[in-house]
Design a protein around this ligand. Structure first.
Ligand SMILES: C[S@@+](CC[C@H](N)C(=O)[O-])C[C@H]1O[C@@H](n2cnc3c(N)ncnc32)[C@H](O)[C@@H]1O
Length: 234
């Protein structure tokens, strides 16, 4: 079965997600002890999409997050480059688009908000993807990123980084259709920037008013930002 490396070759990443698509939602809930639902609820609250708004849910996978956002009455589209993942969510009543985060098939300034949950870490150029997201959002539009992060309580951080992430692939042997993929997952979690460092990448990519909040002791963080309005003509 496919397993991506830390160079995050797009073809390998897409194949790996095709391989875990079957049963992804169930495996995700088991591996996160059901916290995934709460993280999605928090993402929806921070996104605060209104009826009539257009929202892009990038790296949406099986669209489990997209339906959560669509419950607000906004028009939400799920985009992902793994056809396996999109097909896994075929029963979910939201529009779905096969798309690479680094070359989005949308015009400039198309959306009121863009969001990505547990996807940003898999893109092979984080900053370029954040710039591409800014391109498709209207000036004043919002970004919400939900991603694994660094636990804030130092003793727990040590245990989590040193031990818990090593256990993850072992648990995956029992619940996932592709346990190899969870080795990549654990490696990519260990090497991912902490809250502040990611905030700096988001700001460098052109988003302003960047802020973050920790969820579940910082194991997950929500980053938000706003696309700057164009300068007033002189
Ligand atoms: C861990 S899943 C997250 C799915 C969903 N957002 C969730 O919260 O359950 C990561 C998703 O990112 C997608 N992905 C990774 N790199 C991508 C890229 N360059 N363009 C589009 N999707 C990508 C994968 O196909 C996969 O479906």
């Amino acid at each position: 079965m496919a397993r991506a490396g830390l160079d995050k070759n797009p073809r390998e990443v897409a194949e790996m997600f095709d391989g875990v698509a079957k049963g992804y939602d169930r495996t995700n809930s088991v591996m996160t002890l059901g916290f995934d639902r709460r993280w999605r609820e928090w993402s929806r609250r921070v996104l605060d999409a209104k009826p009539g708004e257009k929202v892009l849910d990038l790296a949406a996978g099986t669209a489990v997050s997209t339906v959560e956002y669509a419950a607000s009455g906004a028009w939400c589209v799920a985009a992902d480059f793994s056809l396996g993942m999109l097909l896994g969510g075929a029963h979910r009543p939201v529009p779905k688009v096969a798309a690479d985060a680094l070359r989005l098939p949308f015009a400039d300034d198309s959306f009121d908000a863009v969001t990505v949950s547990f996807g940003l870490r898999n893109f092979n150029d984080t900053e370029a993807a954040l710039r591409e997201m800014a391109r498709v959002v209207k000036p004043g539009g919002r970004l919400v990123v939900c991603e694994v992060s660094t636990p804030t309580f130092r003793p727990f951080r040590f245990v989590y980084m040193r031990h818990l992430l090593r256990v993850l692939p072992l648990i995956a042997r029992f619940v996932s259709s592709n346990p190899e993929a969870y080795k990549y997952l654990a490696e990519s979690m260990r090497t991912w920037p902490d809250q502040r460092a990611l905030g700096e990448v988001v700001a460098r990519a052109g988003w302003e008013d960047v802020a973050w909040m920790n969820l579940t002791g910082g194991m997950v963080a929500l980053h938000r930002g706003t696309k700057p309005a164009p300068p007033e003509p002189a």
